[in-house]
Design a protein around this ligand. Structure first.
Ligand SMILES: Nc1ncnc2c1ncn2[C@@H]1O[C@H](COP(=O)(O)OP(=O)(O)OP(=O)(O)O)[C@@H](O)[C@H]1O
Ligand SMILES: [Mg+2]
Length: 579
């Protein structure tokens, strides 16, 4: 894990090395200063040699200044290194996520990815900064100060040796209790993010169902959980301070008491006592800092693990070694295809599907909700890979194509579609960034969108809000169709894409498709029989299996499901008519 994290330092290697180097130099100076202070007191002040005091005083001031600037420099490098490191981490994670397939994203969930990109990266950034500064400074300081203290008076220095294990034990207790809680907290963070994200995205639904109180309760529960866990963990960590401080006071007390005795006995000078006290402060301070580093590492270890998980995830869909870039035509063949979201053959969403769709055909797909219509068509642009069997486009297995080349030729208007914030033009250009204005208007005309777009005061430059919240459901669907048409694909898949469009406009769209893009294979998933009745063939899906394939007339004669759907819609879907 450490190797993987360290690999992301990249261009900040220099900073990462310089920060500890300057810290080390700062430490050396800080250790020398108390020694010189001892000389100043013993040979200068006590001996009444003012000239010596003056000279050494100036040296001390200079050394202090130099040590301060070393400290500042190391701080600057550490800050730059850690901020840059965090940026690299975030970038690598983000790029990796862009390579994720639908199934990879299903595995993590969007909210968890958001926490990992933000909170977790910040934790690791803080820990990194601490490691290259404090984690170098404290042990060095500890060692140097101990050596110096022993040099001055070895018997008195034994005090430190007695106190350190006591502190170490306390620290071990604190950390081993806090780590599991922190691990849990980050999971709860994921939940908090999910609750907030869901609420904000679905705020209209929340309001229309008057579910604000329920949502508030849900939020409070998660928020309360985080509060409880954090305060529990912090309470444990809070023991750190009193532990360190009581050790510090105990040390000072013992040194002063013993030191006073030794001075009176004549075996120690005042200067030696002063510097010993300084060293004791430095020793304990560095122990305290070291304990804080441990705490920080405890917190960030959980985060680091979560980051590495994202970086280590292998994208499910990979381009083949020698990809094909050219999709010959718009034919689609399913050969004994089975598919499971969980990659578990006992939980198949699609089973034994065989299909043969010729280039340029119009195919309707009908089936109850959950009958796997979406699942079926998602396999064509390779949004998911088949579990068994093969899907062929243009005569070749979809897994042999370059994914981008394939998806450029297979345009899919998703059932849960999104427009992005930006102008209508910008949104349309997702389909083809080089599309001319004429092409855009043409695509919109086909999708019956041109008319309403022109009716907006800003026309094609109208600003679309996030999620397309300022256009109607049917308008949004038509813009999404136009966006897909701009790709000029060989295969066009509409997944329930005209459900919010009135029947007349729906018919106009189909007419335009028939007349203007006759060579494009069109797969149309629909709830309404009228949307598919003029198709070359209609596929009836039932519980993940193909129930029948035929034309409207054939199915109407032979297929029970189709007859049922047809009659219920003919009667306007009214329940009363059935009685
Ligand atoms: N990402 C997913 N992960 C796991 N299971 C899924 C996923 N998407 C769909 N399913 C399951 O697969 C089955 C088929 O779903 P699918 O979305 O293909 O149905 P559908 O026919 O398109 O339904 P609808 O008419 O409501 O759109 C359902 O049982 C659903 O629960
Ligand atoms: Mg669906």
């Amino acid at each position: 894990m450490i190797k993987k994290l360290a690999a992301r330092i990249r261009q900040y290697k220099k900073h990462t090395v310089l920060a500890p180097v300057f810290v080390a130099m700062e430490v050396v100076l800080e250790v020398i200063i108390p020694l010189l202070m001892a000389y100043l007191i013993d040979f200068g002040i006590n001996a009444g040699n003012m000239d010596y005091v003056f000279k050494l005083g100036i040296i001390l001031i200079l050394l202090n200044l130099v040590s301060l600037s070393f400290g500042a420099l190391s701080g600057k490098f550490a800050a730059e290194a850690s901020a840059g490191y965090a940026r690299n981490l975030r970038q690598d994670m983000y790029y990796k996520i862009q390579d994720y397939s639908f199934s990879n994203i299903d595995k993590f969930s969007a909210s968890s990815l958001v926490t990992r990109l933000t909170t977790d990266v910040t934790n690791v950034q803080n820990a990194f900064q601490m490691i290259i500064r404090v984690a170098i400074r404290s042990p060095l300081m500890l060692i140097f100060s101990l050596i110096m203290a022993f040099g001055i008076n070895s018997r008195m220095s034994l005090i430190f040796i007695c106190i350190v294990p006591f502190m170490g034990l306390g620290l071990y207790f604190i950390i081993s209790n806090a780590h599991p809680i922190f691990k849990r907290v980050f999971k709860t963070y994921d939940r908090l993010n999910r609750v907030v994200q869901e609420n904000l995205r679905g705020i209209r639904v929340v309001k229309s169902f008057v579910r604000e109180d329920y949502e508030k309760q849900k939020f409070n529960d998660v928020s309360e959980n985080i509060y409880r866990d954090f305060s529990r963990a912090e309470k444990i960590l809070a023991f750190n301070m009193p532990l360190m401080q009581s050790s510090m006071y105990l040390c000072t007390l013992l040194i002063s008491w013993l030191g006073a005795k030794l001075i009176v006995g004549g075996s120690m000078t005042t200067g030696e006592l002063t510097s010993l006290l300084s060293y004791s402060a430095q020793i304990l301070m560095s122990l305290m800092m070291l304990s804080m580093v441990f705490v920080m590492i405890t917190i960030s270890k959980a985060s680091a693990e979560r980051i590495v998980e994202v970086l280590d995830e292998i994208p499910d869909l990979k381009d083949p070694e020698n990809p094909i870039y050219d999709v010959k035509d718009g034919s689609v063949i399913f050969k004994d295809v089975s598919f499971s979201y969980a990659k578990d053959k006992s939980k198949l969403a699609l089973a034994e599907v065989n299909l043969d769709i010729k280039s340029g055909e119009t195919v309707g797909i009908i089936g109850g909700t959950g009958s796997s219509k979406t699942t079926l068509v998602q396999l064509i642009p390779r949004l998911y890979d088949v579990t068994e069997g093969a899907v062929l486009v243009g005569g070749r297995d979809v897994r042999d194509y370059d994914v981008k080349a394939l998806r450029d030729e297979v345009a899919m208007v998703l059932q849960k579609n999104t427009l992005f914030s930006g102008t209508i033009k910008e949104n349309l250009r997702w389909g083809n960034e080089n599309a001319s204005d004429d092409e855009m208007v043409h695509a919109c005309k086909l999708a019956q969108a041109d008319e309403f777009v022109r009716s907006f005061p800003d026309g094609y430059d109208t600003q679309i809000e996030q999620d397309g919240s300022n256009v109607s459901g049917g308008q949004k669907q038509r813009l999404c169709i136009a966006r897909a048409l701009l790709k000029k694909p060989k295969i066009l898949i509409l997944d329930d894409s005209t459900s919010a469009v009135d029947t007349k406009t729906d018919a106009l769209i189909r007419k335009a498709f028939r007349e203007e893009i006759p060579h494009t294979t069109k797969l149309i998933i629909a709830q309404r029989v009228s949307s598919v009745e003029d198709a070359d063939k209609i596929i009836i899906l039932d519980k993940g299996k193909i129930n029948a394939v035929g034309t409207h007339e054939e199915l109407l004669k032979t297929n029970a499901i189709y007859q049922e759907v047809y009659t219920s819609q003919l009667k306007g879907g009214s329940i009363n008519d059935e009685i």
